[in-house]
Every structure is written in structure tokens, then in C-alpha cells.
Design a protein around this ligand. Sequence first.
Ligand code: 5AD
Length: 326
Amino acid sequence: MNKQEIIDILSNNSKNNWLFNKANQIRHNFVGDEIHLRALIEFSNVCKRQCYYCGLQSTNKEIERYRLKKEDILFYSKKAIKLGYKTIVLQSGEDDYFSSDKLCEIIREIKKNDVALTLSIGEKSFEEYKEYKKAGADRYLLRIETTDEKLYQKMHPNADFKNRINCLENLKTLGYEVGSGCLVGLPEQTINSLADDILFFKEIDADMIGIGPFIPHPQTPLKNSSSGDFWLALKVMALTRIELPNINIPATTAMETIHPNGRIIALNSGANVIMPNVVSFDCQKKYEIYPNKANSTNAEQYKTELEKRINEIRRFISKDKGFRKK
Ligand code: 5AD
């Protein structure tokens, strides 16, 4: 599709079942009916950044900060592996306590198992990305958040849009599978820039794209802004599937948080990945990037229920690591 066609679809207020069905069909044809589960380990909510939308931003003094110990991280990853997960995702705020050495030790330990490992820990130097890769990391998630440079600079004080692009390029160069994505519904974000976001994902040939609606957090500068629209976020996701037919696209937690059936709707509109949380309920609650984040109380029970819901829509859980099928 060209940019105007994307804009036309995004501008139309209807739910656009045609688009969602089309994306679902393309998902079926290119990546099949299997759903890849990624075990998410949120290992630190300490963050030096000040992203205006995020509850973990450093000026939020009300949040109780935590850092998991290496042993705890390994405990959760073992637990996930036992439950059958084939990918471990280590996610945190930008927390300098976790030096390259500390992280590489953890990566090497997890990679002794037959699993893929994804990092989602923010902007680092080329050298650091190189070290994680050498230690065994396979994939990296770094959302661009928005390709509207002006809006990006507004939303991220003390950060640099160009550096974020640079990080994504470095990750590609180093041979990671690269994930990116955007928020939908940031204040002042335009349909035009959402179309640019989709074209950007294509331009960088992203391997994974996560898209979710913006949800205002009470302890951030955007506390009085309104939430992003679920259907608009779903359209951006469906269009991304159409433009990048063979990539991995998660049904994001933010989708599930603002719509009671959000995850299933997303799985039927182009998504093929779910990222269940495997850390303790207490940590999940403290990892509050936005309020009312959909959580799981018990990892075992949660996985059983998930499998049931996946089977109900005639899909099944993949038994492999779920790399991009090029
Ligand atoms: N609403 C929705 N998504 C958010 N994220 C951060 N804060 C919010 C929010 N308030 C998303 C960002 C980030 C990802 C881990 O969570 O896109 O990249």
C-alpha cells in the first residue's frame, strides 16, 4: 500500500472488519496458525529515562523500585523453560546497575538451555550490544515509539531520536532479530505520522513489531491525556501485518488492558505472538508502565488457561523458538 492508502484506512472511523480479516488471512498464509509464547521477565523497574508516558520514568517518586537478583532471574527463566517456553525475554527500565558483565553472565547462563533469548533493556552502545550478542542474545526489542521526530523529542526529554534510530541500525548490523513498534494515541500524534510508522517498520525490515494503545499513567506528565483508541491501534497492527507478512507480531498487553477481549481480537487480526509474564505478581504490579496492566497471578495456571483460549480460536502453541520465517 502507498502512504495515502494507509492514511485513508486509518482515517476512517469504522471498525473495518475487512482489514482485520485480510490481516488474519495473511497471517495464516505466511506464518501459519501457531502462536509463539515468549516468557517475559521484568527484572528491574529502575529507569534513568523520563519518557512522558511511562510510569517507570525516573521522576515518579511514588513507585516502589525493585531489582531482581541474578538467582531470581535464573529461577524464573528455569520455571518458564519447565513450562515449555522456547523464548525468554529479559525486560527492564534503563538501569545502569546491570552492567554488561552482569547481564552477559545471566545471558550465558540462560543460553545453556535450548531457548531463544530476547533483550528489551533500552538504548545501549554498539559495544554493549555486541557483548550481549556474543554472550548468546538472539533478539532485541526497541520500539521507536513514534517516527514523528518532533513528537519524539517532546515525549523523551534528554533523549535523542537519532540515537534511537542508530541503536536499531546497530542491532541489525550485529545480527539480532530486531523488534520495534509504536504507541498509538500519544497526544498530538497524527494519522499521517502513524502511516509513517508503518512505512518505517517496512523500511528497516523489522523482524517483530509490537503495537499498543497509549494508556495514561497518573504519575506522569501525561496523566490528564486521554487513552489511545483500541480500534485505531488494531488497524495499525493489521496494516503492519499486511505490509510485513512474515514477521512476528504480539497481541500486546496494552491491547488486552484497554479492551476485555483485546488479545483474542488482536490474534484474529494479524497477531501471532503472546508474551506472558512469569515473574511474581508483586513484581508485575510494581512494573507499572501504565495502570491496570493485565497481569497473571499464577504462571502455571495462566499457561493452561491461555492454551485453552488459543485452542478455542483453532490455533495452537508452537513448539519451536519462533524465529522470523523468511
Ligand atoms: N501506555 C502504553 N504503552 C506504554 N509503554 C510505556 N508506557 C506506556 C503507556 N503509558 C510501552 C512503550 C514501551 C513498552 C515497553 O511499553 O511503547 O516501549
